[in-house]
Design a protein around this ligand. Sequence first.
Ligand code: MG
Ligand code: ZN
Length: 358
Amino acid sequence: MKKLGLLIIILAVLVSCDTTVNRESTKKAKNIILLIGDGMGATQIYAAMSVSEKPLNIEKFKHVGFHKTYSINNYVTDSGAGGTAISTGNKTANNCVATDSTGKAFKTILEYAEESNLATGLVSTSSILHATPASFFAHEKDRNDYENIARDFLDVDIDLFIGGGKKQFINREDKLNLIDSLKARKYIVLDDLESFSTETEGKFAVFTAEEHNLSIMEGRGNMLPEATKKAIKVLSKNENGFFLMVEGSQIDWGGHDNDIDYVITEMIDFDKAIAEALEFAMQDGETLVIVTADHECGGLTLVGGDMKTKTIEVEFSSDDHTSVMVPVFAYGPGAEEFGGIYENTEVFEKMMVLLGLK
Ligand code: MG
Ligand code: ZN
């Protein structure tokens, strides 16, 4: 009886060790579209929901969880460490993109996906070299090392990227012309989204700005939803499936500026990109859509408002990021895995399992 009791205890411990994701699960999703709203906490979302004339697409998700954003050296993360946690499953120090603090590379989900012959893509409303997208393809311990981050594009076999940052490919201290290098690697390099035809076969580098894209208030227009739609169209041609990361970068910058109009216009634009992802996933049936943030920004509080007049009264408590956990929304095969409260690194683990990459 003693032995049986011990066995039961051991079994009970084993069962309780089971973490939030079902590691036994076989591949469930053919494709993943991961949308990251930089600086998008629950208040940024609710602020946009409160003033929007119609319900936001983000309200359609049935599976919602939260992740803890702290980095390895700071209770308040930056987009480098926040992005790295999601892209590689490793907590790192602030400022690092897909490396530890000594510069040792962590392999990203985009690299794993490439290895398994999935199509891969990145879309961003900032420079494509900025910390969030960089966390998915580059390996630099300094997120501001844009020249080396641009060069890291030559070491990854990404199928498509759309965003700003062209300057760092041609106007360089080392005098290299990385546009020529991309062309030598069979990339079709374009300077605007309009000339990007989804009928053309090939790998694409689409530069939508020399540095960062404009904000919505400055006239960026439909760039993000349009880029998302085109990226999905191209990547979904791959029979093995695809991994696409789409970033709404400037929700964060509205937070840093303590500018609620900036936050809301970027938030509503990001929601239009979510609509494109959901529309595809609903028809396709094999696509998992995940919407999350790397961290909150601005310490945004809604201290008053009126649902009838669609007005809000806000306060910001910071011009920087804050530590509060951020929401995760999921739709599609495996979406139920994203309920609960977990570490930001778990987003990576769950995606890897569901795509059958781990
Ligand atoms: Mg970012
Ligand atoms: Zn920020």
